[in-house]
Design a protein around this ligand. Sequence first.
Ligand code: SF4
Length: 351
Amino acid sequence: MPPQPAAAAAPTAPAQARSATAPTDLATSVLRRPLPVNGPLDGIVPDVERHILEPVVADIARLKQERNAVVLAHNYMTPDIFYGVADLRGDSLQLARMAAETDAEVIVMAGVHFMAETAKIISPDKTVLIPDPRAGCSLADSITGADVRQLRERYPGVPVVTYVNTSAEVKAESDITCTSSNALRIVESLGTDRVLFLPDRYLGSWVAGQTDVEVITWDGACEVHERFTGAELDALRVEDPSIQIIAHPECPPDVLDAADYVGSTSQMTAWLATNRPERVVMVTECSMADNVAEEAPDTEFVRPCNMCPHMKRITLHNIRTALEDLTHRVEVAPEIAERARRAVDAMLRAS
Ligand code: SF4
């Protein structure tokens, strides 16, 4: 039988008319839906966003129960994640500890890849998921395990202190890890005259300025904190001499010199709760100030912030997908995990 012509399609609205009306109708129907009173994002995001995001938050809450899962969120997550779906929140050290203590079978790391690896190192029997495996880190990418082995050959006997913002492979080559909260304490806990401090040169030089221990640094830097300058902070100070400036120690030295207080993200939060300044500049990633501002309504936040493109790869939508499909699983080879765990455990004991 010769090929038959396809049946004529039923008449439809002209393409131009469809594209002009359909999205508008959809948007209107979404916006007309009543918003739940006291919904999870009430006061956190504008109402127009609540219409879109709260159903995703509800899906995540259901999936967390079904999967026996928790969401761990770093302080640099956006407020919809931080306040909408996170079970546990904090800086790198806090997240490492929480990962060890949770009874959940599944951990979703709303943070970057090295944080998910750290969770897996500490909790090898749990399923650890990262919602977007491309969420990396310029510090973690600045050094490899082979680099550390070469440094050990060059500086025999000098202990290696490694910032947690590194891969499992680099942690495995280290004697002890540290965070920005405890870096000085960890360096001094070793009781040696010299340490190799990897990989953040700015955090290393900040520690070096507070101790008699000789600190040998690596040439890594955080691409977010490195962009701040002392000059921009000086200009803010000229504009308002009473303004308070608090900075993360991953910033360059001229920024730290211009700051009234230097501390990790959790230390900055604690400093704000104690000092309750009228106006403050938080010299760190943008979302940190957004999250802290929710709990400090009397403080005005001046925000010359820089955004971390890696952290911002994590969204409510890919957290939901991670829980639905149990992806993307983070695995660390057992031999590397075992050696890396020793370095992390050494830090947890000394903290
Ligand atoms: S803020 Fe800096 S240190 Fe943190 S994940 Fe981003 S690039 Fe890495």
